[in-house]
Ligand binder design. Structure first.
Ligand code: ADP
Length: 528
């Protein structure tokens, strides 16, 4: 039988001050702690850096018995345990990194009730030995960190997380549960509530807004050049560049090394040793940039990441917000930059098509990808767009920081350029891709150009004063903006849209926004 020594919030506040050294609770912390002190199941949805740990740490200290904290982030467990130990709380972690001896010692101590907290990975619940022991000892409660992993609708579903629920029903005494997450769509929230039996009144949602993150969307620019300029201007800072493929990670890595930057790289194709090595370089501030695929980041708690650059479109908003959200965990102003071009979505579509998902799941993934593509076309606040995606029924206000909120209105008229491209596509009978179209506009003497007699076209060489790369990028921009379509093919063929016809007839103009990323200073940063 659990014995509750102290039930009131006043003790929680005293603890907050005396143990953690903070004067006041942050938004959402108090109601979650209150629910725990009432022994009720609860779900907390708070942004990264919002202070989720304290929500289970304080009840864990106040309530008798051992609190079990389930987290998929093995690499964070040690830090959490260390920080509890430094304030005099007995805590430990049990996961696959332990030697057999250490494991056995810890299990024995757990059995003796030596710990207020034990951190475990979800897989631990598959172990009968572990189950037998926790079934014998008083448990104060069980907390699910990163609770979105429990839901199939989440972007990071873990079957081992889901199967814990079944195991829990076999425990003699079922303590209450606390679930915490920083990313959850309404479907995921609903799912967690049903799975863990959480009443509506115990869902504490403070929203996900991260006022210190400055979202920027960069379209129609040379990505490599942009990245290079940015790194040059932010040479004193540390950041992450996410590239969509292993190959691009490696080539970007070599490119930056050649340019003299201190770089680390990371993708799932590297040996475990190398990955660990590269990751440590980044964590220990030995390098300025980490270039990685999305395999990098889960469980990395580096607080001073000042920017996250996405070199290409992420697969959905959940993934984007989580990856971009690795910037600025310390609350300081940080940039989240997405470099977008029209052909980016092909890779993501290809990945969905190739996946082993059933048709229903595939169409859901397509829907999510479309929401990500729409992000690249909204003229409204970018942060607002993301927050609305997660939380359709909560009103969000514009951030005043993102590239849409801050753009000065300076626009460049590129109607002429667009007309040249579009009429070239028309003259090539809408049967070719961006590469060959760019070569024709450049006036290339390429074999294929001659073979199709494209050197006879009136548009041949019309843009000869630009580089082929610039022209290609501009074509991708026209795709992104909906003047050209490429269908769903793996080898996209350019076709004119209705909007293109209007440009060609001079009925509308094409104005392109000029985007700059300014340096932040204290005064333009509004933290509440
Ligand atoms: P999350 O898990 O939500 O990303 P953490 O629990 O790691 O966030 O907390 C982020 C930071 O905020 C930590 O440094 C933590 O000590 C601090 N923090 C938590 N609660 C408070 C509070 N009430 N007042 C001040 N700082 C707090």
């Amino acid at each position: 039988i659990r014995k509750v020594y102290i039930m009131d919030l006043q003790s929680a506040r005293t603890l907050l001050r005396n143990y953690f050294g903070y004067d006041a609770f942050r938004k959402g912390q108090e109601p979650l702690i209150q629910a725990a002190l009432n022994n009720e199941n609860a779900l907390g949805i708070m942004p990264t850096g919002g202070g989720k740990s304290i929500c289970y740490q304080i009840p864990g200290i106040l309530l008798d018995g051992t609190a079990i904290i389930i987290s998929p982030l093995i690499s964070l467990m040690k830090d959490q345990v260390d920080s509890l130990e430094t304030i005099g709380i007995h805590a430990t972690y049990i996961n696959s990194t332990l030697s057999k001896e250490t494991y056995e010692v810890r299990m024995r101590q757990l059995q003796q009730g030596d710990y207020d907290f034990v951190y475990v990975a979800p897989e631990r619940f598959d172990s009968e030995h572990f189950f037998t022991i926790i079934n014998q000892i008083p448990i104060s409660f069980i907390a699910f960190d990163e609770a979105h992993c429990i839901s199939q609708w989440g972007h990071d579903f873990r079957p081992s997380y889901r199967s814990i629920i079944e195991t829990l029903t076999k425990l003699h005494h079922i303590p209450f549960l606390m679930a915490l997450t920083a990313t959850a769509t309404p479907e995921v929230i609903q799912d967690i509530q049903v799975l863990l039996n959480i009443a509506d009144s115990n869902v504490i949602n403070t929203g996900f807004a991260r006022p210190n993150l400055y979202f920027h969307l960069i379209k129609g620019q040379d990505k490599q050049q942009f990245m290079l300029n940015y790194l040059k201007e932010h040479a004193q800072e540390v950041g992450i560049v996410y590239a969509p493929t292993r190959k691009l990670v490696e080539s970007t890595y070599s490119f930056l090394v050649k340019k003299g930057y201190q770089v680390a790289y990371y993708h799932a194709g590297l040996s475990e040793e190398l990955r660990k090595n590269e990751q440590n370089k980044f964590i220990n501030d030995e390098v300025q940039v980490m270039v990685a695929t999305n395999a990098f980041g889960m469980g990395i708690d580096k607080s001073n990441v000042r920017y996250v650059i996405h070199y290409s479109l992420p697969m959905n908003i959940e993934a984007y917000y989580q990856e971009a959200g690795r910037a600025g965990r310390d609350g300081e102003p940080s940039d989240c930059i997405l470099l977008y071009s029209g052909q980016d979505s092909h890779l993501q579509k290809f990945l969905i098509e190739q996946s082993l998902l059933d048709e229903e799941k595939k169409s859901l993934e397509y829907k999510k990808l479309q929401a990500m593509i729409n992000y690249c076309h909204t003229e409204n606040c970018l942060q607002e767009y993301i927050l609305n995606y997660f939380n359709a029924d909560q009103r969000v206000v514009a951030c005043n920081n993102c590239s849409n909120c801050t753009h000065t209105g300076t626009k460049i008229d590129r109607t002429r350029d667009a007309q040249m491209v579009l009429s070239c596509v028309m003259r090539m009978n809408q049967k070719f891709g961006a590469g060959l179209t760019a070569q024709v506009l450049k006036g290339s003497k390429n074999q294929k150009v001659k073979q199709f007699h494209f050197d006879q076209l009136s548009t041949y060489g019309l843009m000869r004063n630009r580089t082929e790369k610039e022209i290609t990028q501009f074509i991708h921009f026209l795709v992104a903006e909906g003047y050209l379509s490429t269908g769903d093919q793996r080898f996209p063929i350019l076709q004119l849209t209705k909007e293109a016809t209007r440009i060609l007839k001079n009925e509308v103009k094409l104005h392109v926004r000029e985007t700059h990323i300014s340096q932040h200073d204290e005064s333009d940063y509004n933290d509440d």
